[in-house]
Design a protein around this ligand. Structure first.
Ligand code: UDP
Length: 236
């Protein structure tokens, strides 16, 4: 298990991080016996499990594609993952995140090698502390690799945003809620291709570009930890 830990410095951020510092991060591959692939990820106060089943023959007729496999994702927040008990079951937000997660991961997967099949990805947020959509994508990509799904790259996600008039990397929950903007990003790190880009809040063009560059920098760092997690399980 690889762990990035941060020394506290006086930066004006609520948790003392530098503007370009990500929270403490650890990723472990293959944590579940029964799923075909899995991963556990902690970043700051987020605790997330991702599990993958497949590729297996599609039993849902309307989803079946004769020329390729399909990926489906379900992002779910546990009722106990947030301060106020979250009502169990899907809601608008989780439906949106499930959809964008599948879209962020799909370009990396060689699903055309598995016509008529489907790959199911389950992301369970056990504890949430800001940035769960990106952390879920990062964990899911490791779980997909652990499941042995052929892929051209391991997708990785990280958000940047604006808080106290500063562009900062990897917003905490407080920074997300009190901040002025949030820019979640996912990329394929080999090519730099962006597979998720959202922007919530108000940013000038210059600020947006800075946030995007910073988020990509964060993705590159997190990508190293994903690779180390897979190496720890499978060797070089
Ligand atoms: N959150 C919460 N209750 C909810 C949804 C979110 O307390 O029903 C918190 C949680 O910590 C989450 C943060 O608000 O990480 C920011 O949520 P957002 O919708 O911006 O998504 P995220 O940053 O997790 O991708």
């Amino acid at each position: 298990m690889i762990i990035i830990t941060n020394d506290k410095v006086d930066s004006g951020r609520e948790d003392g991080r530098a503007f370009d510092e990500i929270r403490s991060l650890k990723i472990e591959a293959g944590v579940l016996k029964r799923a075909d692939g899995s991963a556990y990820l902690e970043v700051g106060g987020n605790k997330i499990i991702a599990a993958v089943y497949g590729p297996r023959e599609s039993y849902i007729r309307r989803l079946l594609r004769p020329d390729t496999g399909v990926i489906r994702c379900r992002y779910n927040m546990a009722p106990f993952s947030v301060d106020d008990r979250k009502r169990p079951g899907p809601d608008r937000r989780s439906t949106e995140i499930s959809k964008l997660t599948a879209e962020a991961l799909r370009p990396s997967l060689l699903l055309e090698e598995f016509p008529r099949s489907m790959v199911d990805v389950y992301i369970e947020v056990i504890e949430a502390e800001g940035g769960t959509r990106c952390a879920g994508i990062t964990a899911a990509a490791v779980a997909l690799a652990d499941a042995g799904i052929p892929m051209k790259d391991i997708v990785v996600g990280c958000a940047a945003g604006k808080n106290n008039n500063e562009i900062v990397l990897d917003l905490s929950e407080v920074e997300d809620k009190e901040g002025q903007a949030d820019v979640p990003v996912a990329i394929m790190p080999r090519t730099g291709e962006v597979t998720l880009l959202q922007s919530d809040g108000n940013l000038t063009e210059e600020e947006f570009n800075k946030a995007l560059d910073l988020a990509i920098e964060g993705c590159m760092r997190i990508s190293e930890v994903q690779r180390e997690a897979l190496k720890a399980k499978y060797g070089e």
